[in-house]
Design a protein around this ligand. Structure first.
Ligand code: XIL
Length: 356
């Protein structure tokens, strides 16, 4: 503690220097300037931003001929104004995609050519608009099941693996300077990360650009085990690509085991036992959260392949885990509490980064 500076005043970005980027996902209200507390934290501690929802297909491309770029424009302008590395999330996913995208003619199945032309129009328009201003894109999200098989989404059902190749090719054509990533959750499970590694190889063999793999990182206090988190970093790094933790949060609330990960289509009914810390996180739990964050950041700091760690939210007030998998809970997964005060986990992250 030099010159009376406590860790709580430290800037995580300054501690990190430029070893890796530290990011936060921002929501539309923050970008519109309605959350000065969160924005102050972002300016002080972060070097990168991701859009929580405002660049998803349903937000920017609600109708075949209609794009809505107002919020996304503000987001990109915010990043430029503050000198932040701006991530685009996400071009191709089976969730939060406007329903017209998967519509077929009455009685027919979804036509591959029609779907491909929708994909082309979307990627060209969205990536093209922000060419040179969005530095990196999550091109495809969640293409695999936990067992490593292809997820049978409308994309895959109509186009097979080709939808992934085309999405990366199109994104590259629309902005040759942008970094392009594959993003998924539960890559700590070996079969799933092997599928991601195979995907990198298959793109590479076809001469298609892919710069990195994002492990979402929606984790719990004890799951996944640290060994698995580390093994995933090691294995993914063997692809020679950048590794990112793209949506980090550590959920201290109870959750059924089958919901480990981030399957947004799965939801459970709210019961009082699922919401035990509505009055605040007790000290003992704060300490467990802090220890967990220390452990995972010690792993990230050890591997130069880790190029960015992004939190999925800024303070506990705006975490999506207040509403997933059960609606209306009081959750506490981030480094800042609801009032924007740093939690003990902030200190352990700062410490792990200083040491690493
Ligand atoms: C979440 C958002 O945080 C929520 O606000 C929204 O209701 C659902 O999506 N994996 C992803 C993110 O890639 O886009 C998801 O974000 C969380 C899981």
């Amino acid at each position: 503690m030099k010159g009376g500076c406590t860790d709580q005043q430290a800037s995580l970005r300054e501690i990190l220097k430029e070893r890796f980027l530290l990011g936060a996902a921002l929501n539309a209200a923050q970008i519109a300037g309605h959350d000065p507390i969160a924005l102050e934290i972002v300016r002080r501690h972060f070097s990168s931003i991701s859009p929580e929802n405002l660049l998803k297909w349903e937000a920017v491309h609600p109708q075949p001929e209609r794009f809505e770029f107002a919020a996304a424009d503000q987001y990109v302008a915010f990043g430029a104004k503050h000198g932040l590395f701006v991530v685009g999330h996400v071009l191709v996913w089976h969730q939060q995609t406007s329903s017209w995208v998967f519509e077929s003619a009455p009685g027919g199945t979804l036509d591959a050519e029609v779907l491909l032309s929708r994909l082309e129009a979307h990627v060209r328009t969205v990536v093209g608009r922000y060419r040179g201003r969005v530095q990196a894109w999550d091109v495809v999200n969640e293409a695999f099941e936990d067992d490593g098989t292809w997820r049978n989404t409308p994309w895959y059902a109509a186009l097979g693996e080709e939808y992934v190749w085309r999405a990366f090719e199109l994104a590259h054509q629309a902005d040759p300077g942008a970094q392009l990533y594959y993003n998924d959750y539960n890559l700590w499970k070996a079969p799933k990360r092997q599928a991601a590694v195979r995907l990198v190889k298959s793109l590479c063999e076809r001469g298609i650009r892919i710069d990195g793999i994002g492990e979402q990182g929606h984790w719990l206090l004890d799951d996944p085990p640290l060994e698995d988190i580390e093994a995933a970093v090691v294995d993914l790094a063997k692809t020679g690509r950048q590794i990112m933790i793209t949506e980090l949060d550590v959920d201290p609330l109870p959750r059924p085991e089958e919901l480990i990960g981030a399957e947004v289509s799965k939801r459970i009914v709210l019961t009082p036992e699922l919401d035990p810390y509505a009055e605040g996180l007790p000290e003992r739990m704060q300490q467990r959260l802090a220890q967990r964050y220390r452990d995972i950041f010690s792993i990230f700091a050890k591997y130069p392949a880790v190029r960015r760690v992004t939190f999925w939210g800024v303070t506990d007030a705006d975490t999506w885990l207040n509403n997933w998998p059960a609606p209306g809970r009081t959750n506490h997964p981030l480094l800042w509490d609801r009032q924007g005060r740093p939690k003990p986990a902030f200190d352990t992250v700062a410490e792990a980064l200083r040491r690493g």
